[in-house]
Design a binder for this molecule. Sequence first.
Ligand SMILES: O=C(O)CCC(=O)C(=O)O
Ligand SMILES: [Fe+2]
Length: 348
Amino acid sequence: MSHPELKDAGIPIIDISNTSPEVAQQVLHAASTFGFLFIKNDGVTIPPKDIEDMFELSRQFFKSPREVKEEYAIHLENAGGKNKGWVAMQGESLDPEGQKQGDPKEAFNIGEPQPSLQPLPPPLSTSSALISRFQTSCHTLCTNILSLLDIALTTPSWFSSRHDQSLGPSGTIFRLLYYPSSSIAVSPNQQNIRAGAHSDYGSLTLLFRPPGNAGLEILKDPDTNAWAPVPVIPYPEELDSPPILVNIGDLLSFWTNGMLKSTVHRVAFEGGEERYSIAYFCHPRDEVELEAVPSAVIREFAGNMEGRMELERQRKRLGLEGENEEGVVLTAKQHLDRRLKVTYGLKN
Ligand SMILES: O=C(O)CCC(=O)C(=O)O
Ligand SMILES: [Fe+2]
């Protein structure tokens, strides 16, 4: 089978500073065509200086001694409990069926800052103000995007209210990622992959990568296995600062009967230098039910063949393909727990 490499994923940059119906349609179009979109950084919602400072903090943290990181290992009570804390090299598999070993990367997961930020190791602990400010900024941007989707899908406040963190806890995770240089990470039986092929579990993901930091690829065509790179700065001459990459996750795809695409992506080696990225995985509140969305736009889409096939794929990803699961409505928390079990090989 051939594995064509496309030059560029062709993901559009959208300026959402004006929340008109036209802009909402642009967001819906990109989300349902690519499953990814770039948002022009307005310089205010997520200040570029905070992005730079977060990367500097992340570099310092991952350089700290292993013993310091181990005390805050993922899922430990000391690190804030399930899905919070430090993930060691090869500590998780994003593509458990396609990979023999875990991903050659480290990560640190931070839950939402309310009612209070989880316990953090140094140097993260001395920058808690920057971290919580960054989380809040990311959440504001996610809410703005969800509100635009509400406009385009004629579902006033439906998506945005389900992500209102003032109403209860959610599985939202702010994650620092570090991929060591490939001379350390590559082993002979490992494919040149830094993060295995996967789709994101939540509603929306915001992705930050420093300029020049290549490696992210999206699956353009599952039939031919064609991957396309996602540039960090698509049209450099037109922008003051890199745009923010947004990835539609499995829940938005499920909720919209597959109209919004939760596109499979991976991180490939690309030169092999060390690599840092930061992700904000936005999830709905824990008790939100994954039920049908009252939208005529979605109902119309669900009737066509493409919609039915996409929904089938989504049910499979959510582990709902079994006969006993027909008609079962999961809560966001139940769904996330199922996905984490597979990623980390947890027993319960
Ligand atoms: O590091 C990246 O650029 C992407 C990572 C990713 O897709 C993820 O952690 O879900
Ligand atoms: Fe991802």
